[in-house]
Design a protein around this ligand. Structure first.
Ligand code: CP
Ligand code: NVA
Length: 307
């Protein structure tokens, strides 16, 4: 694997499978890995709020025998108090890895370029790779293999959608994406994913109507309509996305027994109804749990293999 984990596009299908195999071992017997990263320390820099990502990295690192330091935006002030370059070079002298959640994607690229230690992307405006890895792992737990399985993403063509594009196209999982035309995923990322899909056999299709995209769905997936940093657009977006809600009516158009996923946090009553997120079809909290197991595998791959 590369030094850093910034995007799923940098992983080969073999590397993805290796991460998932290690994840299964960790999930099955966590205690066997309780000293895998003893003496290792990671710094967490979160410029946006977080529940799952921050907690699962902290808990995961502790369970692997290492420790983490949480550095809030007020403390570090990336690029304001000092340059990202100087922070990267300083932290590289103290800790063994950096987990960064930031706004502009170029911030994490700069951090990775300047740090001599692994840098892990905990979400940027463009990508959320740790999320999509856990998502695909969760799909894999529910189906025998990825072939001929279709995941339909309904909503905003955002960071989560972008990372799902890379994850599905690399692993060979079909992906239907339905967004309002204005909120389609980045054409550049779609183009890259189509190249990966050609190799893996995944079928990637884009729609502007939710109904069309859910017809063949084995899994329905959604995310908030206004992401962190877009709060001012929330009211306008609510109108534009009103036909993209995952509700019982939409779920009935999908395959029987279709599973439902959401990266969380959910805005219940907007992109998803209570009835659906709390239904037996929902695997949302298995998905949240798997963030922990998958990230432990990533940490071992990036920090542990050097020993
Ligand atoms: N899904 C996810 O990344 O959740 P948090 O924003 O709470 O970390
Ligand atoms: N798209 C959402 C994902 C949250 C995990 C956001 O960026 O806020």
């Amino acid at each position: 694997m590369k030094k850093d984990f910034i995007s799923i596009k940098d992983l080969t299908q073999e590397e993805l499978k290796e991460i998932f195999e290690l994840t299964s071992k960790i999930k099955q017997s966590p205690h066997k890995f309780s000293t895998s990263l003893s003496g290792e320390i990671i710094a967490l820099i979160f410029e946006k709020p977080s529940c799952r990502t921050q907690v699962s990295f902290e808990v995961g690192m502790y369970q692997l025998g290492g420790m983490s330091l949480s550095l809030g935006p007020e403390q570090i002030k990336l690029g304001l108090r000092e340059s990202t370059q100087d922070i990267a070079r300083t932290l590289s002298r103290y800790v063994n890895g950096i987990v960064l959640r930031t706004f502009a994607h170029k911030n994490i690229l700069k951090m990775a370029e300047c740090a001599s230690i692994p840098v892990i992307n905990a979400l940027t405006d463009l990508l959320h790779p740790c999320q999509a890895l856990a998502d695909i792992y969760t799909v894999g737990e529910n189906f025998r293999n990825f072939k001929d399985i279709t995941l339909s993403f309904i909503g905003d063509g955002n960071n989560v959608c972008h990372s799902l594009l890379f994850a599905c196209s690399k692993i060979g999982l079909n992906l239907n994406i339905a967004t309002p035309a204005k909120y389609a995923p980045s054409p550049e990322i779609v183009k890259e994913a189509l190249v990966f899909a050609k190799k893996s056999g995944a079928k990637i299709k884009l729609f502007n109507q939710a109904k069309e995209a859910v017809k063949a769905a084995d899994v329905l997936y959604t995310d908030v309509w206004a992401s962190m940093g877009q709060e001012a657009e929330a009211t306008a977006r609510k109108k534009q996305f009103s036909k993209f809600q995952i509700n019982k009516k939409l779920l009935l158009l999908a395959k029987k027994g279709c599973l439902v996923m959401h990266c969380l946090p959910a805005h219940r009553g907007e992109e998803i109804t209570d009835e659906v997120i709390d239904s037996n079809n929902s695997i949302v909290f298995d998905q949240a749990e798997n963030r922990l197991h998958v990230q432990k595998a990533i940490l071992i791959k990036l920090l542990g293999d050097k020993k």
